[in-house]
Ligand binder design. Structure first.
Ligand code: CA
Length: 129
């Protein structure tokens, strides 16, 4: 009896966890800093909580890159942390230009994020049930 009750509770709790879809799009950066070689080759890595959703292509030699990639994740939940890392690709070590973190909320949102080493990242996301 006790075990079937706990199974039922588990089932009910499982159903109560509302899973949503997040879509991240419209990534572009402006005024990224140059590295020692004077070239800025930006790309962005996207994470939702601890799950990697992938990364964009490298836009070579521009301080104002934009990316057409979109990222989707079907197991997102409200208040999960969306993390976007902007990197500058280099021959040996890629530089981390800055990190944008945000707790996700339902709806469609457009954000501007100021990067630690200079420049800004613009992005949009929408979280739907
Ligand atoms: Ca570079």
């Amino acid at each position: 009896m006790a075990s079937s009750l706990s199974f039922l509770l588990l089932l009910v709790c499982g159903l109560n966890v509302a899973q949503s879809q997040i879509r991240i799009f419209g990534l572009r950066a402006s005024d990224l800093p140059s590295d020692l070689l004077g070239t800025t080759d930006g790309y962005v890595k996207v994470y939702c909580s601890s799950t990697s959703l992938g990364k964009t292509v490298v836009r070579h030699d521009t301080i104002n890159p934009w990316w057409e990639e979109e990222f989707s994740y079907f197991k997102a939940q409200e208040n999960d942390e969306l993390r976007l890392e902007v990197h500058d690709s280099d021959l040996f070590f890629d530089d981390l230009v800055g990190v944008c973190k945000r707790q996700i909320k339902p709806g469609t949102h457009m954000h501007t994020c100021y990067l630690e080493k200079g420049g800004t990242l613009h992005y949009s996301y929408s979280l739907t049930q």
